[in-house]
Design a binder for this molecule. Structure first.
Ligand SMILES: *Cc1c(COP(=O)(O)O)cnc(C)c1O
Length: 394
């Protein structure tokens, strides 16, 4: 049997197909809405799904550009089939609509991306879908939340913005035993550091807007799962749209070619920044999965091959001090989103997670003084230098 290619090689080569018409080296951008059939018989066969090929850009596999990206991400995640979306939220919505119907129950990590929380807490109940938010870092909470109607367990690990980690293998095993599917949002770790499908999850999804695109210049999402699941998901995609544009797909293909190099540097820098912050007198605590002080450091060590570029911390003086810190940075950008080449700093309680009621925010650990940092790939001395001068103003 042929030896499986290593991750870095897959980043560069997986899914890529030389252009058969002109021999173009890079994957062309197929900027087309529709495809020409050779004859009626072929058109009918494509629509019936009896012949592989392209039909119309909304209907999977969308276009050859999308197909290359989907195949590349599937290879990186160690899954069978991938599907791209216009955004991470479009990806999550399609997974939910594929899996859940009226009367079903969903268990979700309590600390999730702000819009995921809003989708689950505001939109799903209106469709007759019952949702329980639990601290998934303790499997006893997950076990206790199961009901006969539970059809899906949604995990985010490391979670946004508390960087809480949960045990994918344990929870996926529990879900399987109870007849529910386990979905993991892998946006923070990326498949470079964590492969949920190989840990037993049924579906791994990511916002391509973050590390997959990697340069803060696009919106996108991707889902990877088994052939059977993805067949059902493809129908939902065809019926609801929400697909990625071909130019974004091309940018993601380009971004992924350097994913392994970027993630190494993000993680290396984040560890240095986390250690600096942890020893700074103005900082109360730092959460980074690579620190031995992280409450789930052992779980992170077991299921991740590296700890990523995301960290959060709280500084003395609460919201006011946080505001002064964020208004004083010069190199770091005061911006939401994450996974860009530059270091981004933001305040979840007033920005990304402002949509979550304050008493719930406090309960799940999104304190008013919590600062989230997406550590970039600049020289770590410059990042630390900027934080040091800004911390001196708090
Ligand atoms: C950003 C993000 C999303 C949503 O992705 P969009 O591309 O912004 O729609 C979902 N989950 C996590 C963890 C995210 O960081």
């Amino acid at each position: 049997m042929e030896r499986e290619l290593k991750f870095a090689t897959k980043c560069v080569h997986a899914g890529e197909k030389p252009d058969p018409v002109f021999g173009a080296h890079t994957t062309p951008i197929f900027q087309t809405s529709t495809f020409i059939f050779e004859n009626v018989e072929q058109g009918a066969a494509r629509f019936a799904g009896e012949e592989a090929g392209y039909v119309y850009a909304r209907i999977p596999p969308n276009t050859p550009t999308h197909a290359v990206l989907a195949e590349k991400v599937a290879a990186l995640e160690g899954g069978e089939v991938g599907q791209t979306f216009a955004s991470g939220m479009a990806a999550i919505t399609a997974v939910v609509l594929t899996t859940l119907k009226q009367g079903d129950h969903l268990i979700s990590t309590d600390v999730v991306y702000g819009c995921t929380y809003s989708l689950f807490s505001e939109v799903l109940p209106g469709l007759g879908i019952d949702v329980s938010f639990v601290d998934t870092s303790d499997i006893a909470n997950v076990r206790a939340a199961f009901k006969p109607e539970t059809k899906m367990v949604f995990l985010e690990t490391p979670a946004n913005p508390t960087i809480t980690v949960c045990d994918i293998r344990e929870i996926a095993g529990l879900a399987r035993a109870r007849g529910a599917i386990c979905v993991a949002d892998n946006t923070f770790a990326t498949p470079y550091f964590q492969k949920p499908l190989l840990l037993g999850a049924d579906v791994s999804l990511s916002s391509c807007t973050k590390y997959i695109g990697g340069h803060a210049d696009l919106l996108g999402g991707v889902v990877v799962g088994s052939r059977d699941f993805m067949k059902s998901l493809a129908k939902v995609v065809g019926y609801t749209g929400g697909i990625m544009g071909p130019h974004e797909a091309w940018l993601c293909i380009r971004g992924l070619k350097t994913l392994h190099i970027r993630m190494e540097r993000h993680a290396e820098n984040a560890m240095k920044v986390a250690s600096f912050l942890e020893s700074h007198p103005a900082v109360v605590w730092v959460r980074y999965p690579g620190l031995s002080s992280h409450p789930q450091h052992e779980v992170a060590k077991k299921q991740m091959s590296g700890y990523g570029g995301m960290l959060s911390f709280e500084i003395r003086g609460g919201v006011e001090a946080g505001r002064r810190l964020m208004d004083s940075v010069r190199l770091c950008s005061l911006a939401v989103s994450l996974g860009a080449t530059d270091t981004l700093i933001q305040h979840p309680a007033s920005m990304t997670h402002a949509c979550i009621p304050s008493q719930i925010r406090n309960k799940v650990g999104i304190k008013d003084g919590l600062v989230r940092l997406s550590v970039g790939i600049e020289d770590p001395e410059d990042i630390i230098g900027d934080l040091e001068q800004a911390l001196s103003k708090t």
